[in-house]
Design a protein around this ligand. Sequence first.
Ligand code: GLU
Length: 227
Amino acid sequence: MCGIVGYIGPRNAAEIILDGLRRLEYRGYDSAGIAVIENGGIEVRRDVGKLSNLAHRLAEAPVMGQVGVGHTRWATHGKPSERNAHPHFDAERKLVVVQNGIVENYRRLRQELLAQGHRFASETDTEVIVHLVEAYLDEGHDLEGAVRLALGRIEGAHAIVVLSSREPDRLIVARLGNAGGVTVGLGEGENFVASDIPAILDHTQRVIHLDSREMAVITYDAVHFLD
Ligand code: GLU
């Protein structure tokens, strides 16, 4: 089941995310990663093993930004490795996706995307999601629309967060079926997302759980819920 923590607000996102992921360690994982919007781009750090390894990487090469997402992975498709750890990038490194769950039809989607010229950097089922979103963005959809269309193509149970440096003021989150919960935490001028309440309880007690087939667009001072 593993974990997801996301943050948007005035504080150092990496610190809040890492602390939140530590509070989800009980769910088990084999690798971890984080993406933060920094200077108009997306910085990613990933490592196998314990969160202390990721923390070490972050100490060596810090990421400073106010919007980010972190993930602990329990590998189902592709061995535990840095390359397979989430977040996963699109070709232009302007978009990242993290997922808990399994994309059951990923083989078919991967073939389709390969035929369209997409290149894959990992062995995971998850990477098809970021390429699908990229394909819909290239067709001219905005991030929310592209994510919605991509979610309509994948089969299985998922908790997903998408972050883009083209629309750096938002996190798009979604729950399809049951692959761990998706909890949105409401703050003052800051908002949170997590797979489970303990990850964000220090910051807010105002939480809303997504039902299956619900999405949320989380900005600094608002959350829009969609089905
Ligand atoms: N199926 C995905 C993978 O192997 C996500 C596993 C998870 O829930 O962490 O990357």
